[in-house]
Each structure stands twice: as structure tokens, then as C-alpha cells.
Design a protein around this ligand. Structure first.
Ligand SMILES: [Zn+2]
Length: 258
């Protein structure tokens, strides 16, 4: 966890308290401000406030990563079909309980060469309020399901809802995961309008962008069809999250041999 915002904030409060001679309301507003900063820090994964998440790839070429959360679902096979047709590899952050529901689909994702990441066992709505040990359990139980159903181990982890806080930071460290965020949100779970989702994604694309999508609806499938056409037209290639680390490792090896 980074402490400098807290120190800055503390100094800032002191200046205020000094200037306004320490009334109750100054303390109150300082506390309010502090709470807002904390809440914002835990919900915006791109800030890296509690956990340093990877939100993009450093690259000079036009390439982006497609990442799909919350599957596998009944819609996932359609996503796999179109990715295969376009010869595109993506990254799927799967929920343990969904894998138990759709084991065959999970095995197919692996067989078709996509990258898999851990997205907890149950994707609980109360993720942000769980204890560190409960979070560890959520991550480890998902690992167990992945190993049992897909004979697969992954060190990639995506926080449900992008929420990070000190407990989640501890759990990530304890389970030796790498936290993976995004820098392009599609808002495909909130927006119903396919065109809006498509515009939101394509507008923000940069070299090395990681795009957050969900393989949980027909709507996102339709967006994906358009998005793949866009990427082809704009000459964007794709990478998977695993590729970020293999590229890094190759570079390190390469430098070591020099
Ligand atoms: Zn999710």
C-alpha cells in the first residue's frame, strides 16, 4: 500500500485546521474527504492505490488485449467460435463456480489456446468487505477448481469489480498472484446499448490497451463481432495477458545473454 497520499492528506488537513483554527466542521470535512479518497482508491483499478495492477502493456506496436470476465457461461462457446474464426487469442478471467457449471466450456477455452486468469470462487457482491483470510480462500478455492477441471495453474488474478483494498492486497500477496486490471472499460454490464459499448471501447484504444469485456451476454457478443472488424480495419493485432510476462522474460533472458 502506498502511504504518500495519506501523508499528503494529513499535511493538507493540518494546514486547514490551522487556517480555520480547528473547528468541528473542519475535522468533519477532512474526514469526509478522506473517506471519498479511500473509496475512490478502492474502486478505480487504474489508480493502483492499494494494489499495483497491470493495466496495459508497454509496447511500440499497435496491439491490444481482449479480456473476458465472469465466465464461462452459456454464451462463451459463441465467443470462442468467433475468436477462432478470426484467429484471435484472448484472456478469460473465470469464476470458480461458473467453471463447475460449465466444465466442458472451460476445457475448450484452454484447448483453444486462450489465457486463463483467476476471478475468485464466487465473485461475491461483498468482495470489498471480506477479511484477508476469506479473500485468500476465495482465490485458492478458484485455483483448486481450475486444477481439477482444467489441470491448469495460473498466477493471474483479476479483482471482482476491480475492487482493491488492504485485505485484498494481502490476499494477492499471500497467493502469489499478479493483479490484472484494464485501461479500457466497456461498461458492457451496465449499458444496454450495443453501439454505445462499441464506441466506448474503440474510442479509448491505444497501443497496449487491455480491454475489459464480459462473456456473459448476447449483447457483448455482438459488440465483439464489430470490435474484431474494427481491429482488423485499424490494423491492431492482439496479445494475451500471459504474453506480457513472456515478452518481459524473453527480454530479460536476451539481455542476460548479451
Ligand atoms: Zn467480474
Amino acid at each position: 500500500m502506498k502511504h504518500y497520499p495519506f501523508i499528503l492528506f494529513y499535511l493538507f488537513c493540518n494546514v486547514f485546521i490551522y487556517a480555520f483554527q480547528g473547528t468541528f466542521w473542519v475535522y468533519f470535512f477532512c474526514f469526509l474527504g478522506f473517506t471519498v479518497v479511500l473509496a475512490w482508491g478502492s474502486f478505480d483499478i487504474t489508480l493502483g492505490y492499494f494494489v499495483n495492477s497491470i493495466t496495459h502493456k508497454r509496447t511500440k506496436i499497435k496491439e491490444v488485449a481482449l479480456t473476458f470476465d465472469d465466465g464461462p457461461t452459456e454464451f462463451t462457446p459463441k465467443f470462442l467460435d468467433i475468436l477462432k474464426e478470426n484467429n484471435v487469442k484472448a484472456t478469460f478471467f473465470c469464476i470458480g463456480k461458473q467453471i463447475e457449471k460449465y466444465p466442458k466450456t472451460f476445457q475448450r477455452i484452454i484447448a483453444e489456446g486462450h489465457t486463463i486468469g483467476n476471478h475468485t470462487l464466487s465473485h461475491s457482491n461483498t468482495t470489498g468487505f471480506l477479511s484477508a483470510s476469506k479473500m485468500v480462500e476465495e482465490i485458492e478455492k478458484c485455483d483448486e477448481v481450475m486444477l481439477k477441471v482444467g489441470n491448469l495453474k495460473t498466477d493471474l488474478y483479476r479483482p471482482p469489480f476491480g475492487v482493491t483494498n488492504p485485505n485484498i492486497a494481502k490476499a494477492i500477496k499471500k497467493t502469489h498472484k499478479k493483479s490484472i486490471g484494464w485501461n479500457v472499460r466497456s461498461l458492457d454490464t451496465i449499458t444496454e446499448d450495443e453501439k454505445k459499448i462499441y464506441r466506448k471501447v474503440t474510442k479509448g484504444l491505444k497501443k497496449g490497451s487491455i480491454i475489459l469485456l464480459h462473456d456473459t451476454s448476447e449483447k457483448t457478443y455482438n459488440v465483439l463481432v464489430e470490435l474484431l472488424l474494427f481491429l482488423e480495419h485499424e490494423k491492431f493485432s492482439t496479445f494475451t495477458i500471459e504474453n506480457i510476462f513472456t515478452t518481459k522474460r524473453t527480454k530479460l533472458l536476451h539481455n542476460a545473454h548479451k
